[in-house]
Write a protein that binds this ligand. Structure first.
Ligand code: 8YV
Length: 330
């Protein structure tokens, strides 16, 4: 019996290739070439499944050209690369990789908050440049983290993991804004208080963005929102590029309208708005919030489980559009 064919769109741990090869006819991309959309479509011909990394756009146009495709498995929790409506209409299952990266990503959110508030990269650059010649009473004086108010926008799994660190570890007051309010027991467990977006922006000493990207969250933070924030506040984005208007942020940072920002994600990444590269009060990292070897292996393992689970056994682990699983009209 011939095995179903699977495409792995980017370079991945070699053991992932071995695992998938036990069940599928695998085409991989260990040279890590960034394929054009036409190339991706070409390579998807005859494939039943795709192991994806969250950056490949899957929409009606692509699906129409790939009639054999049954499953696209992201190794990421975010799935804004998927048009779920189009995938369901085409009968193609989408899966993502939730939970396994929650704590690691929350750790990174905190690292970025600390680095930004305490001006760690800015002061390191100063030291490396040989400019540190004497002590000074206010040298790189930053913002307090412990005991301050953290405003979290987006209170899903990662937001809640950040809230716990803030409340229990750093004695912070945690306020949050989300599409829907958490139930009372969860609010009590993470020690966070629900507020409106405007109150959050006006009150928080540090604002952390942890919400998914969609058309409705595009530019959640733009010039108007930045204007509401305290001039001493910091803004941390570990969510997605496009949630912040990067040009407006660069201007606010340059003019000192907020104190600092820490960004792991960017509009149009891996390109970064050049204006952000020239302001000193921003910490910039290349979308690495989930990047520990253990977590990246766990993310890849979940994508593998979804591919084998669905294409071999008919049971995916983390389906995003489970309506595809029920027979039409059932
Ligand atoms: C990924 C992420 O590494 O899981 C997500 O949604 O943002 C990261 O963990 C990233 O999306 C890779 O493109």
């Amino acid at each position: 019996m011939t095995q179903p064919a699977v495409l792995i769109t980017r370079a991945i741990f070699p053991h992932v290739l071995e695992q998938l090869s036990q069940h599928f006819d695998v085409e991989s991309n260990q040279e890590d070439v960034i394929w054009s959309r036409e190339e991706l479509v070409r390579r998807l011909q005859g494939k039943a499944g795709a192991f994806m990394t969250g950056t490949e756009r899957v929409d009606a146009e692509l699906l129409a050209k790939c009639p054999g495709l049954k499953l696209c498995a992201n190794m990421t929790v975010g799935y804004n690369n998927f048009d779920l409506g189009a995938m369901s209409a085409a009968g193609v299952l989408a899966t993502n990789a939730p939970d396994v990266l929650t704590e690691t990503t929350a750790d990174f959110g905190f690292a970025l908050l600390m680095a930004t508030a305490r001006r760690i990269t800015e002061s390191e650059h100063y030291l490396r440049a040989g400019k540190w010649t004497r002590w000074s009473y206010n040298m790189f004086a930053g913002a307090e983290v412990h005991g301050s108010t953290l405003g979290i926008v987006g209170m899903g799994r990662i937001g809640q993991a950040v809230a716990k660190r803030a409340a229990l570890g750093f004695g912070m007051q945690v306020i949050y804004h989300n599409r829907s309010r958490l139930d009372a027991a969860t609010e009590a467990a993470v020690q966070a208080r629900y507020v409106g977006k405007e109150e959050l922006l006006k009150t928080a000493d540090h604002v952390m963005l942890v919400l998914p990207y969609s058309a409705s969250s595009h530019h959640t933070i733009g010039a108007a929102e930045l204007a509401l924030m305290k001039p001493t506040a910091t803004l941390i984005n570990i969510a997605r590029g496009g949630i912040v208007d990067d040009a407006a942020l660069a201007e606010a940072l340059r003019e000192g309208r907020i104190a600092a920002a820490g960004l792991d994600v960017f509009e149009g990444e891996p390109s970064v708005n050049p204006a952000l590269l020239t302001v000193p009060n921003v910490v910039l990292t290349p979308h690495i919030a989930s990047s520990t070897i253990g977590t990246r292996k766990a993310m890849a393992a979940l994508a593998v489980s979804n591919l084998i689970g669905f294409l071999v056994h008919g049971k995916p682990v983390t389906p995003l559009n489970p309506e595809v699983l029920s027979p039409r009209g059932a």
